[in-house]
Design a protein around this ligand. Structure first.
Ligand code: SF4
Length: 103
C-alpha cells in the first residue's frame, strides 16, 4: 500500500466520538461549536499536514480538513496563488560571468 493511503489510517478523526462534527451544517451556533471540536481533534492528529495538503489539492471540499474550514482553505489558496514580488534574474558580473539573483 502506498504512502498516500497509509497516512489516512492514522487519522485522529477515525477515532472521534462524533465524526459528523467534521462536516457541520451551517455557519453559526452549534456549527461553530462543532468546528471548534473538530479542530481540537485535528490539533493532535499525527497526519494533519498530509490532510491539509490533500484538501488544498482537491480544491473546494466541505468540512474541517487539516484543522481548517473550507473558507480558511480558500484563503490559503488565494494567498498561495498570489504572485511573488521577487523574480529570479540572471545578472552579468563585470568579468563577464553570470550569477542568479532574486529581485
Ligand atoms: S487533520 Fe485531517 S485526518 Fe487529522 S483529524 Fe483532522 S480531518 Fe482528520
Amino acid at each position: 500500500m502506498g504512502d498516500s493511503t497509509y497516512w489516512r489510517e492514522r487519522a485522529a478523526c477515525l477515532r472521534a466520538d462524533d465524526p459528523d462534527m467534521f462536516f457541520p451544517v451551517g455557519n453559526d451556533g452549534p456549527s461553530l461549536v462543532e468546528v471548534d471540536e473538530a479542530k481540537a481533534v485535528c490539533s493532535w492528529c499525527p497526519v494533519l499536514e498530509q490532510c491539509l495538503d490533500l484538501a488544498l489539492q482537491l480544491g473546494p471540499v466541505q468540512g474541517v480538513w487539516g484543522g481548517t474550514t473550507e473558507s480558511e482553505r480558500r484563503a490559503i489558496r488565494r494567498r498561495d496563488a498570489r504572485p511573488t514580488t521577487k523574480k529570479a534574474v540572471t545578472l552579468q558580473n563585470s568579468d563577464g560571468t553570470r550569477r542568479s539573483a532574486r529581485v
